[in-house]
Design a binder for this molecule. Structure first.
Ligand code: ZN
Length: 336
């Protein structure tokens, strides 16, 4: 049986990726956090693509997702039609991935209802044309992207993808925040949309794009989605933050001036290790993880992989809920 899957979003330099893999190997870590990986090939260096291909061929990566680059369209880095053309060219030449995400045009929270409607229509129409222009052996590996804030828009995406016979869909329309509205947040409305998709199309394998820390992984696992991708592990580490299985991120680098609710003292750190039963070679020493970004990156990655591994076991739910209620109360409203 295929379980709930964490897909690691890779947007790091090849040198850094090699280093992380080497450190995991040197420490004899059993978990394989890089088994499922997502990259945006149009926005990755050729060197990264070569390395990822090698890792796919030697079996380090088992599930490789090519992302469309919709995020770059959302940020205005590339136009939607240019993206479709370049992506088609790349997909046709590279048949070594496991999943091919169709092009999409993600709306943001700043868009008017008319703008959202237009982006949803362009996503579906562009995706449909793209699908037929792909070689037939790649069509079964495609993931159609569902956008839309209203249920009507989501319904429109579903009906069209169903007609094409696509077996896997991805949902990417979240509330957004950040100065350029490009940070996805999982809110009640997105959860309702996910429930609607599951209800209308229960047999579909559903991937969730670009959200996720351990508590959101828990919330997503209760909605029946099959996978999600996140780069939260590396971003959190860069800001000096760490999370444990089922907890939100806490700051340990003490870059913030005042030590508020978001920071973690050494005592609380030890308490969390005990409560979650988490042990890894990168969080043995509080001072070291406070100072070393690499240690935080690997610890966060392993905490995320452990969270998902635990969610694939039966009877983990009550324990996970308790940790979330106690250590990540902001997520309580999303629990069912
Ligand atoms: Zn650790």
């Amino acid at each position: 049986m295929v379980g709930f899957r964490f897909v690691c979003t890779l947007s790091i330099a090849p040198r850094d990726l090699r280093l992380l893999l080497q450190k995991l190997k040197d420490q004899g870590v059993d978990l394989k956090p890089f088994e499922s990986v997502l990259i945006s090939p149009l926005f990755s260096r050729p060197e990264t693509i070569r390395l990822v291909r090698k890792l796919k061929e030697d079996g380090t990566i088992k599930n490789l997702y090519f992302d469309s680059g919709g995020y770059q369209v959302q940020k205005g880095i590339i136009g939607y039609h240019a993206l479709c053309n370049q992506l088609l060219h790349f997909y046709r030449k590279n048949n070594w991935a496991d999943y091919y995400i169709l092009p999409d045009y993600p709306p943001t929270s700043l868009d008017s209802p008319e703008e959202i409607q237009l982006k949803v229509r362009l996503t579906v129409e562009g995706g449909r044309q793209f699908y037929w222009e792909l070689p037939s052996h790649l069509r079964d590996k495609t993931i159609g992207v569902i956008h839309g804030r209203s249920l009507d828009e989501i319904h429109y995406c579903l009906v069209n993808y169903k007609r094409l016979g696509i077996k896997q869909l991805g949902f990417g329309s979240f509330g957004t925040r950040g100065s350029d509205s490009s940070i996805n947040i999982l809110d009640k409305r997105s959860l309702e949309s996910i429930a609607f998709i599951r209800c209308l199309y229960p047999e579909i394998r559903l991937h969730i794009f670009g959200v996720g820390n351990p508590p959101t992984a828990y919330v997503l696992s209760t909605t029946g989605v099959t996978s999600f991708d996140s780069s939260g592990w590396i971003k959190a580490a860069a800001y000096g933050n760490i999370y444990f299985p089922f907890t939100r991120a806490y700051n340990v680098s003490f870059r913030r001036l005042e030590k508020g609710k978001g920071t973690l003292s050494e005592d609380a750190f030890l308490q969390l290790k005990d409560l979650t039963g988490h042990e890894c070679p990168f969080c043995r020493d509080f001072r070291e993880i406070s100072k070393s970004r690499d240690k935080r990156v690997l610890h966060n990655l392993l905490s995320m992989a452990e969270t998902v591994e635990a969610l694939n076991k039966v009877n983990m739910q009550p324990e996970a809920r308790n940790i979330i209620l106690q250590w990540s109360p902001n997520y309580t409203k999303l629990l069912r």
